[in-house]
Design a protein around this ligand. Sequence first.
Ligand SMILES: [Zn+2]
Length: 92
Amino acid sequence: MCNCFDENLARVTEHLKDRISGEFTEFEADWKDQSFFLDGKKHVPVNPKIKYSYRLKKKDGTPRANKTNHEVSMVARYCPFCGEDTQADEAD
Ligand SMILES: [Zn+2]
């Protein structure tokens, strides 16, 4: 697998640090919603999500006060930066 995520994180981290005016400590930056896989295969570490919501109806047919919210994750096979094929969804 390519190093695009590590390289881009390092590049953006340096850029963000340069933009801070004044002294600072404990700077942290990382990919949001990073996934960890236990199958030993190469994966894109940050994958797109689909959020969905709906409002259930009560037994009398009127809508409930609150909506129900969920998310489902997709796994990208190709690196979004360089297009390298992870081949993660191929059989062993
Ligand atoms: Zn890449």
